[in-house]
Design a binder for this molecule. Structure first.
Ligand SMILES: [Zn+2]
Length: 137
């Protein structure tokens, strides 16, 4: 099944392939999904065709709680991105399930973002594109 969306500007749309489609379908349903290996149970993010632990190609969708802690971040200044204010933080968070998720924190002042701070997932729409961002807890 192919899942491909384009916003009104024709860009900033997520990629579509058999590894990532479930993730973007999850965002449409306001669920944050990662892959769980069907053989060893290892969670993985970013999506990939094969388990890095046991090399199995079998996996199932696994919903995350959306709760995490900031592992690292950058502040995005340029170029301007459709649907985002600038500058805005882009955060890599350690999720409570043990995987890392990368997402913008637009809507949060850059000076209030620090490593180790608790965040939660918020689902957003940018044009026709379903997305996520983190916000402070
Ligand atoms: Zn595995």
């Amino acid at each position: 099944m192919s899942y491909n969306v384009e916003n009104d500007r024709g860009h900033n749309a997520p990629c579509s392939n058999r590894d990532f489609d479930f993730f973007y379908r999850g965002l449409v349903d306001q669920r944050l999904l990662v892959q769980k290996c069907s053989d060893c149970g290892t969670l993985r993010s970013l999506p990939s065709p094969c388990c890095p632990h046991c090399r199995s190609f079998d996996w199932q969708e696994y919903p995350l709680s959306g709760k995490g802690v900031i592992h690292s971040y950058v502040i995005h200044y340029h170029p301007p991105l459709p649907g985002f204010t600038s500058p805005h933080p882009v955060v890599l968070a350690d999720m409570e399930e043990g995987v890392r998720i990368l997402a913008a924190m637009d809507g949060t002042p850059p000076e209030s973002v620090t490593i180790g701070t608790a965040v939660t997932t918020e689902f957003v729409r940018r044009g026709d594109v379903a997305g996520l961002r983190f916000r402070l807890v």
